[in-house]
Design a protein around this ligand. Structure first.
Ligand code: PAF
Length: 281
């Protein structure tokens, strides 16, 4: 396994692998890796000759009031995760080299980015689309794996790849959960012991929704209220959003007729967690 920090070197290496006919698999991350990332890497590993994982805490996807400075970082720990997943190249760009001071070109998705996480994080997806475009240009992947936990991000990346004709296959990786059901996230580490216990309300509320859905409930307002009520009963939790949206357009639905995404974001003090489930009628 090799770590590449220079943008130019990464791109040159990627072109060399392509010339040689190798399939490049890619897992972009912001580091502080966990079993969720590991499962994305394993998924990519099966399908490629050269596996690249990037580690870059992307400043342009954080709002000014968000946790960019305190976002957890531990490269040595990340290296051992990548080793476990049989990664060939860790792309670990220098912070300063990714954006020039006068960078002025952005990639903006305009239909799927406004609701859900985009409502409380206005420039977040512009930052994500821009950095993923840059990473795709530098790593030249044939396929890239993104996790289902960030359901909106995944759909926006799929749309970006479709609309801008990126020659990259986007592969969906399932949500990986702790044994008690909490979706894995680098941010879980910031939960206090009480918040950690109470954070199970995300999964519990989704389970309740699935139960009612299976019993035949198709009214989105009723299902959404299940989440609102359950989260309201948890002292340390503050609901950011709970939405039932069409799985393709991410537009709110009233009656569930096609596949929908039930997604929620909950704050525990400064820590914001997300989770979701897909309901298939
Ligand atoms: O999901 C993430 O960790 C980030 O949004 C990504 C895709 C690596 C872009 O910075």
């Amino acid at each position: 396994m090799e770590t590449i920090r220079s943008l130019k070197r990464m791109q040159k290496r990627a072109f060399r692998h392509k010339r040689e006919g190798s399939v490049i698999g890619f897992v972009p991350t912001m580091g502080f890796l966990h079993e969720g990332h590991l499962s994305l890497m394993k998924l990519a590993r099966k399908r490629c000759d050269v596996l690249v994982a990037s580690i870059f805490v992307n400043p342009t996807q954080f709002g000014s009031n968000e946790d960019l400075c305190t976002y957890p970082r531990d490269f040595t720990r990340d290296e051992s995760f990548c080793e476990k997943a049989n990664v060939d190249i860790i792309f670990y760009p220098e912070f300063e080299s990714m954006y020039t001071d006068d960078a002025s070109v952005w990639v903006n998705e305009e239909a799927l980015s406004g609701g859900l996480c985009g409502a409380s994080r206005p420039d977040h997806f512009r930052g994500v689309c821009t950095v993923v475009t840059k990473l795709f240009n530098l790593v030249q992947p044939d396929l890239a794996v993104f996790g289902e936990k960030d359901a909106q991000q995944l759909r926006i990346i799929e749309r970006m790849v479709r609309d801008l004709d990126f020659p990259v296959e986007i592969v969906r990786g399932s949500i990986v959960r702790e044994p008690d059901g909490l979706a894995m996230s680098s941010r879980n580490k910031y939960l206090s012991a009480t918040q950690r216990k109470e954070a199970l309300c995300l999964r519990r509320s989704l389970d309740k929704v699935v139960e009612q859905f299976k019993e035949g409930e198709r009214d989105a307002t009723v299902l959404r209220q299940v989440v609102v009520d359950l989260i309201a009963s948890v002292p340390s939790a503050e609901l950011d959003y709970a939405e039932v949206v069409d799985d393709g357009s991410l537009a709110e639905v009233e009656k569930i007729e096609g596949d929908v995404l039930m997604a929620l974001a909950v704050k525990f003090g400064a820590v914001r967690l997300i989770d979701n489930t897909i309901l298939y009628p």
